[in-house]
Write a protein that binds this ligand. Structure first.
Ligand code: PMM
Length: 273
């Protein structure tokens, strides 16, 4: 398996599970360094919340939030990913040391994004997305969700290639929770092999998302962060077993441990004495 763990640092006041905790640059940098020390292979830094219902953030405000954090983590030797839908923020972050541009809209939100990324040597994450968070569930209508996610991701890959991004730089992501409700997310995760069959690295982000709480507490109660982190470690291992190249999580230590255990299980096949 050997999947890589991407640690999350949201430099926002309003992200779903960690909004407000790391809004100050010092706190965000310290958190990123902590996740790096815990075994994160890359750190995803974001300055705009995409929680359901979230309003857009001015790109200048977004840049003020993320750039000091990107610069400090890159200087410390971390592989930094910039979670942004804005080409101006992506370019500034790459200039500050980011090596991956993580666009949850797969290049759909900012028409200049893919050509901007093409001019850099950064990798790009193209996530499945059907619209901004203000009304994302309005688009959660599917006849055959796995086929539609695969087809729509393939068209984003085509757009990225047409803009001049080499296939080897492209990572795809099914966009768990983005324009997908409850069981639709499980359908997409179950369909992972068809997403892997697109032939690109696949990143999967289930961390602490609402569909996990809905599964743990079908009656509508809240599930604690600890329970959602345990659920995330499990879904991340299952994603890795289904061929994910990377998993995006808040609780890096738990998922690193879970992947170590799952990898040892697999390695048992080669144990001879
Ligand atoms: N999820 C969130 C934000 N960015 N990026 C990628 N590539 N994949 C995801 O699933 C993803 C993302 C929302 O989660 P958060 O607000 O808890 O960070």
């Amino acid at each position: 398996m050997g999947s890589l763990v991407m640690g999350i640092v949201n430099v926002t006041p309003d992200s779903f599970s960690d909004g407000g905790l790391y809004l100050a640059a010092d706190a965000a940098i310290a958190r990123g360094l902590e996740l790096f020390a815990q075994g994160a292979a890359m750190i995803d830094v974001g300055g705009e919340s995409t929680r359901p219902g979230a309003e857009r953030v001015d790109p200048a405000v977004e840049r003020d939030r993320v750039l000091p954090v990107v610069r400090a983590l890159a200087e410390a030797g971390a592989v930094v990913s910039i979670d942004t839908m804005n080409s101006s923020t992506a370019l500034a972050a790459v200039e500050a040391g980011a090596r991956i541009v993580n666009d949850v809209s797969g290049g759909l939100s900012d028409p200049a994004m893919l050509s901007a990324v093409a001019r850099t040597d950064a990798d790009v994450v193209l996530q499945h997305w059907r619209g901004h968070s203000s009304d994302m569930y309005a688009h959660a209508e599917y006849d055959d969700i796995v086929t539609e996610v695969v087809t729509e991701l393939a068209s984003r890959v085509d757009a990225a290639r047409a803009a001049g991004i080499a296939p080897s730089r492209i990572i795809v992501d099914p966009g768990i929770g983005f324009g997908k409700k409850g069981g639709q997310n499980w359908a997409v995760l179950h369909g992972m092999p068809r997403i892997v069959a697109l032939g690109h690295r696949v990143l999967v982000g289930t961390s602490r998302k609402r569909f996990l709480t809905e599964t743990l507490e079908p009656g509508g109660a809240e599930a604690s962060t600890a329970r959602r982190d345990l659920a995330t470690a499990v879904t991340s291992v299952l994603a890795a077993q289904s061929g994910a190249w990377g998993v995006r999580v808040h609780d890096v230590a738990a998922t690193v441990d879970a992947l170590k255990i799952a990898d040892s299980w697999e390695a048992g096949e080669r144990w001879t004495s």
